[in-house]
Design a protein around this ligand. Structure first.
Ligand SMILES: O=C(O)CCC(=O)C(=O)O
Length: 212
């Protein structure tokens, strides 16, 4: 399957593309997301603790790659596309927004001194894959570079969150605008500077799920 570049914005290396996943794979990922969903959380940049917040209104699933061949394959495909080994990827997330659902304006990267930097360094890159068309709303917006991406099944974006010193890139500020009508399904993958170790608590939950 060939990836087609739709547009590029150099300031944050924003690449809008199509062809990394097929429509059939998008449907498969939506089905996996739907059966594993929990309310989304945000990790606090000072304490390192994750919590629910009104700024991120969606459901999220983070299915283990070794339970779903499609997730394993997708992680591999993303690694080849960005040219960075799979070990740098945080667990892949499948997000589901319903009307009113949104991810308010934020940075994916961490500020200097944040505890999250100890595991894998900063979030250099973000990959978002759009799994469906949204009837109205749900655009991904980058206010500093005046760019909006309209979700469309089978397309995706890749962008840089950090500069050459691995510090937060001001222009990478972005939001998932509210869904007005319909629903929005995306895959989100954050890619670190170095290998990222999946915290034991995630693995324990997964091991329990598989053994119970
Ligand atoms: O939903 C979106 O369009 C944006 C998602 C996002 O900002 C993220 O996962 O970091």
């Amino acid at each position: 399957m060939g990836v087609k570049i739709l547009s590029v914005n150099d300031s944050i290396g924003l690449v809008h593309f199509r062809g990394l996943i097929s429509d059939k794979e998008c449907s498969e990922l939506i089905a996996i997301g739907g059966s594993n969903a929990e309310p989304s959380e945000v990790v606090d940049g000072v304490s390192g603790v994750s919590h629910q917040t009104p700024g991120r209104r969606s459901m999220v699933a983070s299915p283990a790659a070794d339970s779903y061949p499609i997730i394993e394959e997708l992680k591999h495909r993303i690694a080849c596309f960005v040219g960075i080994a799979e070990e740098h990827q945080e667990p892949l997330q499948i997000l589901h927004y319903t009307p009113g659902g949104a991810y308010d304006i934020h940075y994916d990267s961490f500020l200097e001194g944040a505890p999250q930097l100890k595991n894998g360094g900063n979030r250099m890159l973000t990959v978002l894959l759009y799994l469906n068309d949204v009837e109205e709303g749900g655009w991904t917006q980058f206010p500093h570079i005046m760019t909006n991406i309209v979700p469309s099944v089978g397309t995706g974006i890749l962008f840089r969150n950090t500069d050459t010193q691995n510090l937060q890139l001001r222009e990478s500020l972005h939001a998932g605008l509210p869904v007005v009508e319909g629903e929005k399904w995306i895959v989100s993958v954050w890619i670190r500077e170095r290998a990222y170790l999946v915290p034991l608590v995630n693995r324990t939950t997964e091991i329990l799920r598989r053994t119970l």
